[in-house]
Design a protein around this ligand. Structure first.
Ligand SMILES: Nc1nc2c(ncn2[C@@H]2O[C@H](COP(=O)(O)OP(=O)(O)OP(=O)(O)O)[C@@H](O)[C@H]2O)c(=O)[nH]1
Ligand SMILES: [Mg+2]
Length: 207
């Protein structure tokens, strides 16, 4: 069993109004508020690292097991991994303000991250998150990251220009883009499940 007191910091970064706070609220409270209330400096919440037996596990048991496939894990390997943790192991989720005004304080909060969700607005091409990933490298060089394209409800993800833009972003940063919508909830739970398993895999190296 892994020591439940490990500090697992996850930061959520990206331009103002891309939907960072909304994604967190959709996942932790299953709510969505239409109006924009800018985050001031930083907000903080926790979630358990262990995959919840009732709420999340169901996504991993179906036939459409793309999450485990992405992580190159069989269901059996995943349950062995998940069993190494108990509910007391917490992820500290830091929701960092995207407004340029908060840059100084944000940089301070970016340090010692184990994971970063780097969010952009799918509805606002061309997509550029290089600045965020550079900041991450500077302030949290050991952090891993996931790319998150939010507001999928506003776009046609089959549209060829957008498909190309997403593919080029994936290639540039050698990382898959997770398409989500905080509004419709599409992809949000899957994103957090993938994030958690990614973190677990780094904590329990396989032989
Ligand atoms: N249509 C749509 N609107 C969204 C979605 N997610 C967020 N929004 C809206 O986008 C606006 C900004 O969302 P926030 O979550 O506050 O954005 P943020 O990234 O936290 O912004 P900062 O705190 O300033 O960095 C709000 O009006 C949300 O309602 C989504 O998936 N679809
Ligand atoms: Mg916010």
């Amino acid at each position: 069993m892994i020591n439940p007191n490990i500090m697992l910091k996850c930061i959520v970064i990206g331009n103002l109004s891309v939907g960072k706070t909304s994604i967190i609220l959709r996942y932790t409270k299953n709510t969505f508020a239409g109006q924009y209330i800018p985050t001031i400096g930083a907000d903080f919440t926790t979630t358990s690292l262990k995959i919840d037996e009732n709420y999340e596990m169901v996504d991993l048991q179906g036939k459409d097991n793309y999450i485990l496939e992405n992580l190159h894990l069989t269901y059996e390997e995943f349950t062995l991994l998940n069993d190494q943790f108990d509910e007391d192991t917490k992820i500290y989720l830091w929701d960092l303000a995207g407004q340029p005004f908060f840059r100084k304080i944000r940089n301070y909060y970016m340090s010692h991250a184990f994971m970063a969700l780097t969010v952009f607005d799918l509805n606002k091409p061309p997509y550029d998150i290089s600045g965020w990933l550079n900041d991450l490298k500077t302030f949290s060089p050991h952090s891993d990251f996931l790319l998150v394209g939010n507001k999928s409800d506003l776009i046609d993800s089959e549209e060829s220009n957008l498909k190309e833009q997403i593919a080029s972003l994936e290639q540039r940063h050698d990382s898959k883009v997770h398409l989500v919508s905080a509004k419709s909830a599409e992809g949000v739970r899957g994103l957090f499940i993938e994030m958690k398993i990614n973190m677990m895999k780094r904590l329990v190296p396989t032989s």
